[in-house]
Write a protein that binds this ligand. Structure first.
Ligand SMILES: Cc1ncc(COP(=O)(O)O)c(C=O)c1O
Length: 384
């Protein structure tokens, strides 16, 4: 199936019609609406269950699509190899969630040096239930609160302090997230990443990258994907954020690092008996993500040009590698606007309380309509 068909048309009815329950008039009306929604809340296509099932049906029917066994082999192995190549690492392993991928990475990288430096804003520090501390026996040191970038000066201070304690307790790992979800997905400064990486390597400290949304960065920074991954020993990328998996993550690193790691995955309860339904859409989505993402921003820019010229909308662009911008709407209640535009096939998050700004994520659902068609729906939704 070509790109336009996947992204933009209702002809998925052809695929969907082989699903159980197809064939009724109500069903065919629903099928025609598949893959039409413009979704400003999602990292990927934000597929609903019916859309996901119809793509799964198509992908699983392809020659060479094979089931895995407890997350080993079959389609899982294909995705692992594809991501090892894309990320420029010798090996990669599927993990059921990014939360577990980060834990497996820092736990194995740390070894006996159990102090791990992280950004205070990172998912690993805030949103993993202290799993690294409780399940990994690690001591996470949160640095640079409020910032996306972890400065070398703070890293160096903590490495030196850790060495000079009454009980010596070396830093084993520096773990960095970029882009940073809690900073509106803005990116850590690339030059500082290089400096931290150079320093850590000289000191024998291992480096992990939480690159859940890493594939968006090259479009903004001009740095190729592998310029980032080369700075780190291990890299995690999410499969469900940009690549339309039902869930899952890839953890990539050296052959040595990945070798035997599937036992730890299983130990933590993360070996799905059948992972193929989770990641059946991933290879296809990953192969075209960067082209589609660049094109999606061209549509977003054209749309914002029309909207801002109307005098009724204002965009606050974040820069710094973010997949997000904020939209303000004048002369109407923004929450009502969000409700009305949903009825015109455009999904948006609710406005931020206090500011009324609407957070908008850029993704390939924007390729399902022309900018002037989108702009017309925005203008229509101004009126109750
Ligand atoms: C930056 C970052 N790291 C890790 C995760 C965890 O991923 P998962 O939800 O697959 O466990 C997330 C998920 O929101 C994230 O945004």
């Amino acid at each position: 199936m070509d790109r336009r068909t996947f992204l933009a048309t209702g002809s998925l009815a052809a695929t969907a019609s082989v699903l159980p329950g197809a064939g009724t008039a109500a069903q065919s009306v629903r099928d025609e609406r598949l893959f039409q929604r413009i979704d400003f809340t999602s990292d990927g296509l934000g597929l609903d269950p019916h859309e996901y099932a119809s793509r799964l049906q198509a992908m699983a029917g392809r020659d060479g699509f094979l089931a895995d066994n407890y997350s080993l082999g079959g389609e899982v192995a294909k995705v692992e190899q594809a991501f090892a190549r894309l990320l420029g690492k010798p090996a990669a392993m599927f993990v059921a969630t990014g939360t577990l991928a980060n834990l497996l990475a820092v736990r194995r990288l740390a070894g006996d040096d159990r102090r791990v430096l992280v950004q205070a804003e990172s998912h690993l520090y805030n949103d993993s239930g202290d799993g690294a501390q409780l399940l990994g026996g690690l001591n996470l040191v949160p640095l640079a609160p409020g910032q996306a970038t972890l400065p070398l000066t703070e890293v160096r201070d903590w490495v030196e302090r850790s060495r000079s304690g009454r009980v010596r307790n070396d830093v084993g790992v520096v773990s960095i997230e970029t882009p940073v979800r809690r900073r509106d997905h803005t990116a850590a400064d690339f030059g500082e990443l290089e400096r931290v990486s150079r320093y850590a390597r000289a000191e024998g400290i291992r480096l992990h990258l939480d690159g859940a949304r890493l594939f968006a960065l090259p479009q903004h920074s001009g740095q190729p994907l592998q310029a980032y991954t080369a700075l780190f020993d291990t890299v995690y990328v999410s499969l469900w954020k940009h690549f339309n998996a039902a869930s899952g993550a890839i953890l990539a690193g050296s052959e040595d690092f990945i070798d035997g790691l599937s036992h730890e995955r299983r130990m933590f309860g993360g070996a799905l008996p059948a992972a193929w339904p989770q990641l059946a859409l991933v290879e296809e989505s990953a192969a075209r993500f960067q082209v589609d993402y660049a094109e999606s921003w061209r549509v977003a820019d054209a749309l914002l040009g029309i909207l801002e010229a109307s005098g009724r909308f204002r965009a606050r662009r974040l820069g710094d590698g973010s997949v997000r911008f904020y939209l303000s709407v004048a002369g109407t209640d923004p929450a009502g606007f969000v409700q009305r535009i949903r009825q015109r096939g455009i999904r948006m998050a609710m406005p931020v309380p206090g500011t009324g700004e609407i957070p908008m994520q850029v993704n390939a659902t924007l390729l399902r309509a022309a900018p002037d068609d989108l702009a017309r729906r925005f203008m229509d939704a101004l009126h109750a």
